[in-house]
Design a protein around this ligand. Sequence first.
Ligand code: C6P
Length: 400
Amino acid sequence: MKVYLDNNATTMVDEQVKSAMDPFFTEMYGNPNSLHAYAGETHPHIKTAMEKIYAGIQANRKDSVVITSCATESNNWVLKSIYFEYILTGRKNHIIISEVEHPSIMATARFIESMGCKVTYLPINSEGLIEAQSVRDSITSKTALVSVMWANNETGAIFPVQEIGEICAEHKVLFHTDAVQAVGKIPISVQEFNVDYLTFSAHKFHGPKGVGALYMKQGKELMPLLHGGSQMGGHRSGTLNVPGIVGMGKAMENAVDALDFEMPDIREMRDNFEDELLKIEDTFVVTPRNKRTSNTILISFRGIEGESMLWDLNREGIAASTGSACASEDLEANSVMEAIGADEDLAHTAIRFSLSRYTTQEEIDHTLAVVKKAVARLREISSSYSYAPEGHNSELTIGH
Ligand code: C6P
C-alpha cells in the first residue's frame, strides 16, 4: 500500500485543477502579452483565476497579487526589496524574523545580514509558538520589516499574526507573513488582519508546482525583483504561466469552498492518529493541537533517528518527512526541536506526518501498524535508548 503523508512538502494536484489547466498547454497557448487572438483568448481565463485568488485571501481589488514562480521567490522578493529600498539607502537598518522561518526567509535574512542589515531572530516558546510581545520588544525606530510565518511548516503551529499585525501598524513597521502553510487550511483575510505582504504557493493546496504569489497591500508595492517587462502590472517580468495561474485559481476556489467541512474531518483523523501514536512510550509532540493547523503532527520518538524511521516507513510505502523537505538532505536536527531547546537526542528524532483531504482511514491504520513495528525494531538496536520499566515520558527535557 502506498501512503502519502507529506502534504506539507507538496500535495497531489486535484483532478479538477488538472482539467482546468489542460487547455492552456495545447489549445490556448498564446502569450497573453502578444497582440493577436491567441493572446486574447487567454485573458478572460486569467482574469477569472485572479478573481478567485483575490477572493481566497480576501484581498481588495486595489491591492496587488503578483504571481511568482514559487513561495521561495516571493519570500526572497520581500526581504531583498526591503534591503534595497530601506537598508541600503540608510532609511532603516533592521528587520525582525522568527527563529523557525522557512529556509527561503532564513537564508535570505542571513544574506542581507551579511550585507549590513541587523536581523533579530525571535525565539519560540516551549509550545513552538512566537509570542507577539517579543515583536513589540524588538521593534526599534530603525526597523523596516517584521516577517513572521502564519503557520509553521514543521509543527503546524499557528502564530499570532493578528496581534503581530496590530503591533506593526502601531509602530508603522511593514509586516510580511509567509502564509504557505496557512492558505487552504485556515481562513485568511488580508483585510481583517494588518498584513502588508503575504506569500503563498499553489502546490500546498492541491494546485500545480512552480506557481507562487505575493500579495502587496495598495500603496505598499515593492520594487520588482525581476526586471525586464511589463507583465503583472510591471511588478514581475517574465511571460505569464497561464496554466499555472488558472490552476492556482481553481485550487484556491476549491480549498476555500471546502474549508468548513474538509478541515474538521482532517482534524478528527489527525487527532485520532495522534492519540494512537502518543500511546507509544517515549513520544513527544510540541505544539498543542488547538494551536496547530488541522493536518500536521510533528512527533519525536526518543532513541530513534528520524532518518531511520523514514527508511522503515518508506520500505512499507509510507511517505513522511523529518521536517522541511528542502532541508532534509543535510541530516541536521529538526530546526523547531532545536529552537525549543530539546536535548540533542530528541532533536534528531522528529517525524512530520501531514495529511490531506485524500488521506484515508485505511492509510492511517496501515501507517500506525508500521510505525509501531518500526519503533520496536529501531529501539531494540538503538545504542542511545533503553526501555524503562514504567516508560519515561515524563523525563523528556524541553526548554533552554
Ligand atoms: N515547504 C516543506 O517540506 P515553494 O516550494 O518555494 O513554493 O515553498 C517554499 C516554502 C515557503 N514557506 C513555507 C512555510 C514552506 O513550508 C515552504 C515549502 C516544504 O516544508 C518544502 S521545503
